[in-house]
Design a protein around this ligand. Structure first.
Ligand code: ASP
Length: 706
């Protein structure tokens, strides 16, 4: 087989009719018509129909061909010919031609498949097979087969194109691609680190980078001026949809620049990347401060493809007779609302009162909501009688009300509750009422974030990361109130309500950097230990610099409009951060732990893996994270012995007809000195009040138990 003569299935056109070709690939699908066997031969470039006819191919070839099954890997020689009129297949790009086979080589056989790989029907009008009904777990377990599916293959190729576009564009702008270490030390981005034990330096660990933040800033101090990297980053976060423990970000940093430089650069790049998916982004991108975003959409990543912006109506009700509003305002609260324009036919009184006010809005964390429908030039609702004509008129004018509009207002003494609940309601209504235009893309820069957020312990934490420049440097790092008022020079790029990336202008002054660490509660010793090398670099002429990172998995997924980011990653982890194909993460042998010095770590609180102290109680205590005191040990030993006895009994009984319902006398066991506490609702029937009520596939239960 002379593979050098091979041509690609997808590259043949009607101009090749009459040409003798060698094709190689996989059997995608076949149709046997007695003397004629049709096969869809698939390679990376596409599909070609190949035909085995007893009139052209030898009996041997035909016999061998009859044994071909899905996903056999084969090579064929034959002649390209035009298909007979009426037999063209519009499902494939080469549907006007086919190859009449003369020679066949089976390169490799295939077992029966766990799911169909073929996506292209062999005849016009037939439904194409698809793996949509296959569980994702199975697809990930056999990801190499899943990748043979044209849709995943195309995603990976498009991803490659987008990455190439990034590289070319940034190169043309003077950016240099530089790799930074994977085995490194912790970089603070707000997640937990993945740790890698060092064998050579016993009991010491590397951290995988949450981002190359420190290194890219050091590259600026090193004078590289413009850096980028398609960097793999690792963050051990709680599982959330569309998150991966390892992901790829386009990491950028530049010196002697300001925000405008980065906006211009990234907008131009985004336009180019989205164009690869046939999407036109309009420049300049809109901008909105964090405060405006929260005030008008309740989100720091607003979806602006549709209206429903909040209007603040707090000042309409200073002396209202409506007691709920009055009390909230007396407590310093606020009232915000949205005008759902022209939707009163879809939002009946019943839907507004029984679905939204009673169920949906409380589930968003607000106590309730107020609604009004505009009909016959008037505002109607169940409580409209409590409002004065002046108040109603003010609402009509603030919301620009016309007949058919629906006003929804949320009031609460907490600004955070009002904005968060109304923000969720905004998205809920937009989805339910179909207000989000299809195929529209709305990029937005969100700017002027608060530099810090308050912690529960009364301190502050960085909203972005501690290297972000504040809007002013003359703050007192001990004054929490002042710290919480500082704004940062950070920016996020948001498209359609999804944060694609973000960054900031950095601190390049060592005193300011120290003050930020001090504000975060780091002692001199902490600073030296965690960031000593970094702070030291600022002693040697750090240039002004800034940058950002774009989440490339998310960006590619948005450009290709795939339902999840896993569709654009070759070998993603599943939703529980595991790989069904390799079985990672997996247990390791005790010897391997020993070699890494990981047995006997942790001093007196010896881990369960420890040889000297391997004992059931320690193990249980460790896995349940419940400390067991010496006095409690006999009691627990006793309980374990009983459980073992009962387990034995249960095993002996396993063959009996009657199942054992309970293996121990049921009792509420409390630690001595702990009082059992009954729920105040337990006798009232409130707890399971709505338990028998079924809605869809769910049982309804009371939303707040206590
Ligand atoms: N290091 C940041 C991140 O990964 C991005 C940046 O500030 O450039 O989120």
């Amino acid at each position: 087989m002379l593979f050098s003569q091979r041509v690609f299935c997808g590259q043949l056109t009607p101009n090749d009719v009459g040409r003798k070709v060698l094709l190689a690939g996989w059997v995608d699908a076949f149709r046997d018509h007695g003397g004629l066997l049709f096969i869809h031969l698939r390679d990376r470039s596409g599909i070609m129909q190949i035909v085995f006819s007893s009139e052209v191919a030898s009996a041997d070839v035909c016999e061998q061909a009859a044994l071909l099954r899905a996903e056999y890997c084969i090579a064929v020689r034959g002649e390209v010919r035009k298909r007979l009129e009426g037999t063209e297949n519009p499902n494939i790009e080469t549907g006007d031609i086919e190859v009449l086979v003369t020679e066949l080589t089976v390169l490799s056989e295939s077992d029966a498949l766990p799911f169909a790989v073929s996506e292209k029907a062999m005849v016009a009008g037939a439904a194409s097979a698809s793996a949509d009904n296959v569980t994702e777990e199975l697809r990930l377990q056999y990801r190499y087969l899943d990748i043979r599916r044209p849709s995943i293959r195309d995603n990976l190729i498009a991803r490659h194109r987008i990455f190439q576009c990034v590289r070319q564009f940034l190169d043309s702008r003077g950016f240099v691609e530089i790799e930074t270490p994977i085995l490194t030390m912790s970089t603070p981005e707000g997640a937990r680190d993945y740790l890698v034990p060092s064998r050579v330096h016993s009991q010491s660990f590397y951290a995988l980078p949450q981002s190359p933040q420190l290194f890219k800033q050091l590259l600026m101090i090193g004078g590289m001026e413009r850096y980028f990297q398609l960097a793999r980053c690792f963050r051990d976060e709680d599982l959330r949809p569309n998150r991966q423990p390892e992901f790829t970000q386009l990491d950028i940093e530049a010196s002697f620049i300001d925000e405008e430089f980065l906006y211009e650069l990234i907008e131009e790049l985004a336009v180019k990347m989205f164009a690869i998916g046939g999407i036109e982004l309009k420049r300049p991108f809109a901008r909105m401060t964090y405060t405006e975003a929260m005030d008008t959409t309740g989100s720091d990543r607003p979806d602006l493809r549709f209206g429903l912006r909040f209007i603040d109506v707090t000042d309409v009700f200073p002396q209202t007779n409506y007691s709920i509003f009055r009390q909230i305002l007396q407590r310093g609260g606020c009232i915000k609302g949205i005008n759902v324009k022209g939707q009163s036919d879809k939002l009946s009184k019943n839907v507004l009162q029984n679905e939204y006010a009673k169920e949906i809005v409380p589930s968003f964390g607000a106590r309730g909501m107020t609604w009004m429908r505009a009909e016959n030039g008037r505002l109607e609702s169940n409580i409209v009688q409590f409002f004065s004509e002046r108040e109603l008129e003010a609402l009509r004018s603030k919301f620009g009300v016309v007949d058919g509009d629906v006003l929804i207002m949320i009031a609460d003494s907490s600004y955070a509750i009002v904005t968060s609940a109304l923000g969720q309601l905004r998205l809920h209504l937009a989805n339910r009422l179909g207000l989000i235009p299809k195929d529209s893309f709305y990029p937005l820069w969100v700017t002027e974030f608060p530099l810090f957020e308050a912690t529960e312990e009364g301190g502050v934490t960085s909203s972005h990361h501690p290297f972000t420049a504040p809007d002013r440097a003359d703050f007192n790092p001990k004054n929490i109130e002042e710290l919480l008022k500082l704004k940062s020079r950070a920016y996020d790029l948001v498209v359609n309500g999804e944060e694609l990336g973000g960054g900031s202008i950095r601190i390049n002054n060592r005193e300011v950097q120290r003050k930020i660490f001090e504000a975060l509660g780091l002692t001199e010793e902490d600073m030296r230990q965690k960031f000593g090398f970094f702070l030291k670099a600022f002693d040697f002429g750090a240039p002004p610099h800034g940058g950002l990172a774009l989440g490339m998995d998310r960006t590619v997924s948005m450009i290709l409009q795939t339902p999840s980011i896993r569709e654009v990653i070759a070998f993603p982890k599943n939703r529980s951060a595991a790989c069904p194909m390799t079985g990672a993460p997996s247990m390791v042998k005790r010897e391997q732990l020993a070699e890494l010095g990981l047995l006997n770590l942790g001093g007196p609180d010896i881990l369960p893996g420890t040889v000297e102290n391997e004992n059931m109680i320690d193990h249980l205590s460790w896995v349940s994270r419940i400390g067991i005191t010496a006095e409690e040990r006999p009691m627990i030993e006793d309980a374990l012995a009983q459980a073992e006895e009962l387990a034995l009994l249960a095993a002996q009984n396993a063959g009996n007809e009657d199942p054992i319902c309970t293996v121990a006398p049921a009792a509420n066991r409390m630690r001595p000195g702990t009082e059992g506490k009954r729920s105040a609702l337990s006798d009232t029937g409130q707890l399971l009040k709505s338990a028998p009520e079924v809605k869809g596939n769910y049982y309804k239960v009371a939303s707040i138990l206590e």
